[in-house]
Design a protein around this ligand. Structure first.
Ligand code: HEM
Ligand code: FE2
Length: 810
């Protein structure tokens, strides 16, 4: 175990050193924000501070929730960077063509078109930024193009545009449209202007735009190759390792004849977590409903089957809420699961723990309600840009909530961390391996409430027998890993507080992905592995030694790719090539463990059949198996599909991204949240067995619906868009010209079947969970799996089953 821990620490330290070093390179080499843009005949086009003010306008209207910038954001409206670049290019080409050939660019012969395109590429790529004055000098024709684009954006944002799901008055005045345009112009200037001492633009030539000579760079192709080979190397190595270990693997020993948790009596703090789960169920329902609305805006931009919904709930708000509520319910389920599992780990209930759990609950509700309201108020122009940053909508996807709410969430996560550490403490420190057994019993006796009679971790081994010191020590390793993951989840949210209202977009992106990526592709994976291992161990279905070593090893493998892999979100965000190189290679390594995850999943499935009583936990275990399945498909396959630099160059922000986003985020962490919720509720509200039907429908409905949504709609739409992006240009793949063609319309409507099945699956689940509250989800018969009374019984026995359920629900 020591070697494993050393490996884990080494990976963490080295990876963060690299990520930090590349962060400083990004900071030094990001595109400058010029003080002014001035034409060569002396007219100031964009004045001091206007780009930054424009960025704030963009943020307050929903930012990345309305179209995208540098490929990051939502998909119904265009990518503004690419859209601007293309409109500017066409304007200038037409101007030149009319002046020199008396016809529009489109009607010219190829030879003449080529001539103009060559000239335009030179014009756009030449870097005229003067570092000493901060001024960029541009050709007057670009200023004319600017005005023409502003006029177009006035129609889009003031009059509204149904194809983009942008309602009228999305930006409140012409003056603000102009500022917004200054910001977009700057992003497209960075996308086409060559970086000093380089041959590619600040965004590594993203987006693909043949008219201005934006094509993939040599580095892009080379690192694509390297990353694919690295993936193959990783998989080969891992398969080799598996093969070499097969002989050594411990044979599973006889498992407990009774459910070790059947007689667990919920502690006061555990009982207090039950309301979290009712909130989770309610939020799931809200999120799915908003998802339906948001998806519908993709085909009917102004409303919902004729009802003018956009007036009250514009796309930018419905999508923001859809994303935010998704994160909230997943987080709530996990927080609650952590709090619930704590006493199961340590067999310890610290003083005032219940109070802490209740305070955290109140804080979470406040953040959820406050932030969602703030987002709506901001988009509906009830806030100035500055107020909006603090209380409204930050405009950055996944961290949209205003700064104050963000701080609130951070405080909540820290509170969670404290609560978790308090309860895990005896399990964390009481065991310097040899002194484990008796000493710990004593300490719990004096420090907090000992949970007399209930089986403690130290006393559970696979045969339900006596204390096993070696195994107890292994359990401690798992507890430490759980504490590390918990701590990292709480602390890494802090990276989201590093930027301010006026920060450079490139740096915001860098830190934003510290939060989002390091969570989902780093510490969440660790948390997930540890928690699931813990559940199986606590049920006596897996040996602690094996569980701890396996969890630690897989955490190390994940993080060795995952931390530096953060940079795969930063290939084209104003970052130098070094981000692309390291990002592509290390993120490819993330996929390695996912390709072999089937081994674990099948193991879990076997466990669910290990003994008749395990049937009780069938559905939580099924959800855990689907976590593995979607980790392989959603994260592994769909993630790697867009991951190599050449793929993402064309595909960033096409429907291939929500394909991956849904399959991975819901498939992995949503399913995990649901599995954990069911697991906790099963232990928390014991007594009669569950009625299966509704839950079965929920499980299969969500899985089949998600798959149908992916393969019937998102995947084909994404692939056809990719073809358009390669053949014509990125802007075209996102344009309404392309997306409104009959074929694409049909394919987008094909989301309806999958989404509907999915929705009804979710409704069934929610109905089932509420049935645990009202009682309608319990079966009348008993399952006969309860252990005989003397087996680890505690106060539980004094209550009848009904009383017990009622005491939890009270
Ligand atoms: C369970 C793990 C994962 C989750 C929950 C997850 C989730 C997400 C989400 C929500 C997005 C953002 C989509 C958007 O911009 O709207 C994203 C983007 C992305 N993910 Fe993952 N992901 C996971 C694993 C992976 C893996 C293993 C890879 C590949 C090695 C990967 C590669 C990418 C890439 C390249 C993007 C950028 C796409 C774009 O900007 O258009 N992800 N992921
Ligand atoms: Fe990522």
């Amino acid at each position: 175990m020591k070697r494993l821990w050393l490996g884990f620490a080494a990976v963490m330290i080295l990876s963060f050193m690299v990520l930090g070093w590349i962060g400083t390179r990004i900071y030094q080499e990001m595109p400058p924000i010029p003080d002014k843009y001035v034409t060569s005949d002396g007219v100031t086009l964009i004045d001091s501070g206007e780009v930054g003010e424009g960025q704030n306008v963009w943020q307050s209207l929903g930012g990345m929730q309305v179209g995208s910038i540098w490929g990051h954001g939502s998909y119904v409206a265009p990518d503004w960077t690419a859209d601007w670049l293309h409109r500017e290019a066409i304007f200038i080409l037409d101007k030149w063509a009319t002046a020199e050939f008396s016809k529009p660019y489109e009607d010219l012969g190829e030879e003449y078109q080529g001539q103009l395109v060559g000239r335009l590429s030179k014009l756009m790529h030449t870097n005229t930024f003067d570092e000493s004055t901060g001024v960029v000098t541009i050709d007057p024709i670009r200023a004319e193009a600017f005005d023409s684009n502003v006029e177009h954006y006035e129609t889009v944002f003031i009059d509204g545009n149904a194809d983009y799901a942008i309602p009228a008055n999305t930006i409140s005045s012409k003056e603000r449209v102009r500022k917004f345009s200054a910001f977009v112009f700057w992003t497209s200037w960075a996308a086409s202007t060559t970086r000093p001492n380089d041959i590619a633009s600040y965004t590594n030539n993203w987006p693909h735009e043949p008219l201005v000579g934006n094509r993939p760079t040599g580095d892009n192709i080379v690192w694509t190759g390297v990353s694919v080979i690295m993936l193959l190397a990783g998989i080969s190595g891992m398969a080799w390792w598996y093969a070499s270990r097969r002989e050594e693997e411990e044979k599973p020993e006889g498992i407990a004849s009774h459910d070790p948790l059947a007689r667990w009596q919920a502690t006061p703090s555990q009982k207090a977590t039950v309301k979290y789960f009712w909130v989770v169920a309610a939020l799931i329902f809200a999120q799915m409903s908003l998802g339906i609305v948001t998806a519908h805006y993709g085909v009917e931009g102004e409303g919902f089957y004729g009802f003018p919904l956009a007036e009250y709930l514009p796309y930018s708000v419905s999508r923001t809420w859809h994303v935010q509520i998704g994160l909230f319910w997943i987080a709530t389920a996990w927080l609650a699961a952590g709090l619930f599992i704590g006493p199961l780990v340590s067999n310890h209930e610290p003083k005032f723990q219940r109070l802490g759990v209740n305070v955290l609950f109140g804080a979470l509700l406040l953040v959820v309600v406050g932030s969602l309201a703030g987002e709506w108020l901001s988009v509906k122009h009830f806030m100035s840009d500055t107020v909006s940053f603090y209380l409204g909508h930050q405009g950055y996807e996944y961290v949209e909530l205003g700064r104050v709410w963000q701080l609130g969430l951070m405080v909540g996560l820290l509170l969670w961390l404290v609560l978790m550490l308090r309860v895990l403490w005896p399990a964390l420190r009481g065991m310097t391996s040899s002194s484990l057994g008796e000493e710990r019993v004593e300490r719990t006796g004096s420090a907090g409430t000992p949970l007399s009679g209930s089986p403690s971790l130290a006393t559970i081994d696979s045969s339900g027998g006596k204390v096993n010191l070696v195994e107890a020590d292994s359990q401690r390793h798992l507890v430490i890993l759980l504490a590390v993951a918990t701590g990292a989840i709480a602390l890494f949210y802090g990276a989201g507080l590093t930027w301010g209202q006026h920060s450079h977009l490139t740096m915001v992106e860098y830190w934003r992905w510290w939060v989002v990526h390091l969570w989902v592709e780093g510490f969440f994976e660790v948390f997930a592995t540890t928690v699931i291992a813990f559940v199986f161990m606590r049920l006596g279905l897996v040996r602690p030694g094996l569980a701890a070593a396996a969890a630690l090893l897989s955490a190390t493998i994940f993080l060795s790719g995952g931390i530096i892999g953060t940079l795969h979100h930063l290939y084209f965000s104003g970052t130098p090539t070094v981000a692309l190189a390291w990002g592509s290679v290390f993120s490819a390594l993330e996929v390695v463990p996912l390709t072999l995850i089937g081994f674990d999943a099948m193991e879990d499935l076997r466990r669910s059949k290990a003994s008749p009583w395990v049937q009780r936990y069938k559905w939580p275990i099924y959800f855990f198996v689907s976590v593995a399945f979607w980790n392989m498909i959603g994260a592994g396959l769909f993630g790697f599909m867009i991951n190599p630099p050449i793929a993402l160059y064309y595909m960033q922000g096409l429907n291939t991204t929500p394909l991956h986003g849904h399959a991975a985020l819901f498939g992995v962490y949503g399913m995990l949240g649901i599995g954990l919720m069911l697991m906790c509720l099963r232990v928390l509200i014991p007594g009669r067995p569950w009625k299966d039907g509704m839950l079965a429908f929920g499980f299969w409905g969500m899985n089949v619906g998600l798959m149908a949504m992916c393969v019937l709609s998102l995947l084909p739409v994404g692939l056809l868009q990719t073809k358009a992006s390669v053949e014509t240009g990125y802007w075209f793949a996102r344009s309404s010209e392309f997306m409104q063609t009959d074929l694409m319309q049909t394919l987008r409507w094909m989301r309806v079947p999958g989404d509907t099945i999915f929705f009804f699956g979710a409704v069934a689940l929610v109905w089932f969970v509420f049935g645990l509250w009202t009682g309608h989800s319990f079966s009348k018969k008993t399952d006969g799996f309860d252990p005989p009374e003397q087996d680890g019984a505690n106060k539980f026995d004094e209550q009848t089953e009904t009383e017990k359920r009622e005491s939890v629900l009270a």
